[in-house]
Design a protein around this ligand. Structure first.
Ligand code: HSE
Length: 289
């Protein structure tokens, strides 16, 4: 028997919640897995080009980690994967691969591992909990990880919230975007971010759209990553005046995200503004709602 799972992409941080907040997006990857005589891996769709199809493949390796943890021996697998998610753009594509592989492998052997265990394992592989948490639990996920155990709470974001993502046509690795971060921060900036992050969680939980713009401000990572994403700083500053409820760098970037009220009349104006601002910096970008 074969197992098929559908996993959502995710956006992480949402401004101030660095390595803590994530949100699932309606953009998906699909992983299919079954036992086989000999391992075969087939990849479909333009976004998986160049990914290995031997046993160094991440889906295969993660599946084996699940089998090891569960004490089950399944050395050979038939794996098939399709993805709609652009790679290395800040949309959590690696997290969807890890979660897809874990959920499929666990299901294949009768689900011996609990979701919380999968979450901790996935976080240890990914090294931050926000994308894997959102992909695994869906909705809006608040995550905490101390290097060992990962904890989370998740809930559905308010219904009238729409998400616009502007995806620049260049890749930015998470490693490079993390290298741009400072080793130390001032106490003042830490306090600034705690206030915003807490307010953002409360605002999303209670539908306080009016607080989003203030709550999405950040001094912890976006200012340091601005140089890697031309046009971003201006967009984050201006987007609330162009119809966005709030805006942020999506994960480690380069995608930039805006929250928009479903009834906002000038959605198209906001979208054009964001694309044109990047174009003025020589960057072409695709958009998705
Ligand atoms: N929280 C992570 C970061 C997300 O900002 O580096 C990476 O997708």
């Amino acid at each position: 028997n074969s197992v098929r799972v559908k996993i959502p992409a995710s956006t992480a941080n949402l401004g101030p919640g660095f390595d803590s907040l994530g949100m699932a997006l309606s953009l998906y990857s699909y992983v299919e897995m079954k036992r086989a005589e000999e391992t075969t891996i087939s990849l479909h769709g333009e976004h998986l080009k160049g990914i290995p199809t031997d046993k160094t493949n991440l889906v295969y390796k993660v599946a084996q980690a699940v089998f090891n943890k569960a004490g089950v021996h399944v050395p050979e697998l038939e794996i098939s994967m399709y993805s709609e998610i652009p790679l290395t753009r800040g949309l959590g594509s690696s997290a969807t691969t890890i979660i897809g592989a874990m959920v499929a492998a666990n299901e294949l052997i009768g689900s011996p591992l609990m979701r919380e265990e999968l979450f901790t394992m996935a976080t240890q592989i990914e090294k931050h909990p926000d994308n894997v948490g959102a992909s695994l639990f869906g909705g809006f996920a608040v995550c905490a990880w101390d290097g060992n155990d990962a904890h989370h709470i998740s809930f559905d974001p308010p219904e009238q919230l729409e998400v616009l993502v502007v995806i620049p046509q260049f890749e930015l690795s998470t490693t490079k975007a993390r290298e741009a971060l400072p080793r130390e921060l001032s106490f003042q900036d830490a306090v600034y971010n705690i206030g915003r992050t807490s307010m953002l969680v409360g605002a999303l939980a209670s539908g306080r759209y009016d607080l989003l713009s203030a709550a999405m401000k950040d001094k912890l990572h976006q200012p340091y990553r601005a140089a890697l994403v031309p046009g971003m700083a201006e967009i984050l500053e201006e987007a609330p005046r162009k119809g966005a409820l709030g805006a942020a760098l999506s994960g480690a970037g380069p995608t930039v995200l805006a929250f928009v009220h479903q009834e906002e009349r000038d959605k198209h104006g906001l979208e054009t503004y964001m694309v044109e601002t990047m174009r003025a910096q020589g960057i072409e970008a695709d958009t998705m709602w």
